[in-house]
Design a protein around this ligand. Sequence first.
Ligand code: DHK
Length: 142
Amino acid sequence: MKTIYILNGPNLNLLGKRQPEIYGYETLEDVEKLCRAACAEGFDVKLMQSNHEGQLIDWIHEAREAACGIVMNPGAFTHTSIAILDALNAFEGPVMEVHISQVHKRESFRHHSYVSMRADGVIAGLGLEGYAAGTRRVCQLA
Ligand code: DHK
């Protein structure tokens, strides 16, 4: 069984509760179910969330041995973190970047992504479906 890491950055623990007009009412548990259902045979997902940059980096390092691909919503670290970009550059499998909202329609500080310099695909504005699409794509590439 190949494992896909579904990594979530800051504030996504509040998914379903914070700014539902932007992020919707569904939760990270729903994300996990959607991703599992999107997996091709022989793949499974492990979903993790942290509000801490270092923890996310440690999980990316762990993925080097434990995961065949990564679907990541880095939250606001998308726009700030060279350290997460460096960690992803040290991971050899496919990486899909997911944003629930259409970040390019929002504030200009959300238009730049460090993670996009590494990601094999970028999905924004599809709601939670973006995670499922990212998972399907990792199954194709891994
Ligand atoms: C989630 C966040 O928390 C924001 O900081 C990003 C992203 C957008 C999303 O759309 O999932 O700017």
